[in-house]
Design a binder for this molecule. Structure first.
Ligand SMILES: *Cc1c(COP(=O)(O)O)cnc(C)c1O
Length: 377
């Protein structure tokens, strides 16, 4: 059993993917070929975002976004300590300072109330907060209604890190439309993944779009030998765009399959005392991960060892909240600074999750978990 089985998806779309890769090999426009523009248009249509700028990966997408918002040394960006490292990593990369704010224990996303008090606290310390990076963890959108209110109240920009949530939605609004800029990743294991690295940025603001386009191409001006800013070399390969165009065609169907897998888990594990994922009303997760919360670290680790014994993969996202990472020691956050993120990291376990996970496999996973819970320390 695979944690995320990409081979089943490939088997399904093999002929189409092979043909579209062949088309790129035949036309030979490996850099910024026609498929890149076609994909950007398709992503704009899919999400409802006015402008889409593809780039090399989700981390560059975040860094370019901060650059486009004009972030400078001394500026403070607030984000969640419970996310993949890249979300916070890009902040010092543009010379700014990181501040963390704790999560909601049900959604694992930024808690708006905590965020507000964190902002007030930082302000009394004279810190120059300029923006928020909100992450849609495991595919569930953050509480954007409240986060946007806070951003207007304190005049902050909002970046939506949608690396795990392409395809998710709140009511009929798709993820990648909730911030001044949204960013996503096409890393193979993400909900919409390519066969290598890839990323994209989304905005409704034509001026920001222009900046992102320039910054992703060495800060180009009128053409690539006219440089008006210090940028990056961050492009999506034509081959990856060709792969993504094929995957986008089956994506809505895969969303339904993912939802079914999540429903199956919910039914199979309903009788246990495990805390299962919740969906706030009108929220749709893309189920990048299916995360359960055990009663204790010992219980979580015992379930994990029993799954492993039966050949079933599982993963702990994230073992260590970012404020406790060695590189962020200089930020002076101690153990206990973000109690909810810390508690969740001690008890969380992610189960195999992908659109082609058979019900029989889910039953096997559930059986192991039920048995483990009876024998767990
Ligand atoms: C994967 C991920 C990224 C980075 O994307 P890459 O394409 O791997 O650079 C950023 N933020 C979050 C939340 C992610 O999960």
């Amino acid at each position: 059993m695979e944690f995320i089985d990409l081979s089943k998806q490939y088997a399904r779309i093999k002929d189409n993917v092979n043909a579209s890769i062949q088309r790129v090999l035949d036309h030979g426009h490996y850099i910024l070929g026609p498929e890149v523009e076609q994909l950007e248009e398709a992503l704009a249509n899919y999400t409802g975002s006015n402008h889409v700028i593809s780039c090399a990966n989700g981390t560059d997408a975040l860094q370019l976004s901060l650059m486009a918002m004009g972030v400078k040394p001394g500026d403070v960006i607030i984000t969640t300590p419970f996310t993949f490292f890249a979300t916070a990593e890009v902040i010092p990369l543009v010379g700014a300072d990181i501040a963390f704010s704790d999560i909601n224990p049900q959604t694992f996303n930024l808690c708006p109330d905590t965020l507000r008090s964190e902002i007030l606290k930082l302000k009394t310390q004279g810190r120059n907060i300029v923006g928020i990076i909100a992450v849609n963890l495991f595919g569930l959108p953050a509480d954007f209604a409240k986060i946007k209110e806070i951003c207007s109240e304190f005049n902050l920009f909002l970046i939506e890190d949608a690396a795990q949530s392409f395809g998710a939605s709140i009511s009929h609004h798709k993820s990648c439309t909730f911030g001044d800029i949204a960013t996503t990743s096409f890393f193979p294991a993400k909900p919409l993944g390519c066969y290598g690295d890839g990323g994209a940025m989304f905005t409704n603001d034509a001026n920001i779009a222009k900046k992102l386009r320039s910054l992703s191409a060495h800060g180009k001006g009128l053409n690539k030998y006219d440089n008006i800013a210090i940028g990056l070399n961050s492009r999506l390969d034509t081959l990856q765009a060709a792969v993504l165009l094929e995957k986008l065609k089956i994506f809505d169907e895969e969303i339904k399959l993912r939802q079914k897998v999540a429903e199956n888990y919910a039914a199979l594990l309903a009788e246990t005392a495990l805390k299962l994922p919740i969906l706030p009303p009108s929220y749709n997760s893309i189920w990048a991960q299916y995360a359960i919360i055990a009663a204790s670290t010992q219980q979580r680790d015992y379930i994990r060892s029993q799954l492993k014994y039966e050949g079933i993969p599982s993963a702990i996202y994230y073992e260590k909240p970012l404020h406790l990472q060695p590189i962020f020691r200089t930020l002076d956050y101690s153990n206990g600074a973000f109690p909810i993120a810390e508690d969740v990291s001690h008890r969380i376990l992610c189960l195999p999750m992908h659109p082609y996970l058979p019900l029989e496999d889910q039953k096997a996973i559930s059986d192991v978990i039920h048995t483990a819970l009876q024998g767990s320390p």
